[in-house]
Design a protein around this ligand. Structure first.
Ligand code: ADP
Length: 152
């Protein structure tokens, strides 16, 4: 069973995240969208809300599961027997950051492989940070969000 973990904060899950997972579905038997919980970090949306949204986005995709974890991503992957991590690359700064994390995860995770998908051009400027800024400013973030996620 080829299992990939797609880790992130998903605060909130965007169309960019959705597109990445959809493109990865044919590549793996199972994909776990795993919400990492960092107790030092402040989130805009509660964990349960973020989780429900993602479950709703993938309700018709039987190979996609949603979970949450604390601690090291590499340890979570061992727990769920995933040999692959899925990550997205939008630009050169994503690459620099992701390269280091991927090399560390390969060591800590005993050969854990990170599979990168380059984002589609129309989504490469999408980020959870931008969505949070729009919402905090009272704007309409719907162009950046999957249709299942409606934020008033
Ligand atoms: P983190 O807190 O780990 O940065 P995010 O929720 O911001 O988590 O992102 C999780 C993953 O999704 C990262 O690999 C990131 O590069 C990727 N990602 C975020 N936005 C996009 C996008 N618009 N297109 C493709 N990948 C994306």
């Amino acid at each position: 069973m080829k299992t990939a973990v797609f880790p992130g904060s998903f605060d909130p899950f965007t169309k960019g995240h959705e597109e990445l997972v959809k493109r990865a579905i044919p590549l793996f038997d199972k994909i776990i969208v795993a919400i990492g919980i960092n107790s030092n970090k402040k989130y805009l949306f509660p964990l349960e809300q973020r989780r429900e949204w993602i479950e709703d986005v993938f309700k018709d995709d039987p190979s996609v599961f949603v979970d949450q974890y604390e601690g090291l991503t590499a340890h979570y992957c061992q727990k769920v027997k995933a040999k692959y991590l899925l990550r997205g690359l939008r630009n050169a700064s994503d690459f620099d950051y992701e390269k280091t994390i991927s090399q560390l995860n390969a060591i800590v995770g005993g050969g854990l492989e990170t599979i990168f998908l380059i984002s589609e051009p129309q989504y490469s400027h999408f980020s959870s940070t931008i969505v949070r800024e729009i919402i905090k400013g009272g704007g309409d973030a719907s162009p950046f969000l999957p249709k299942e996620i409606q934020i008033k």
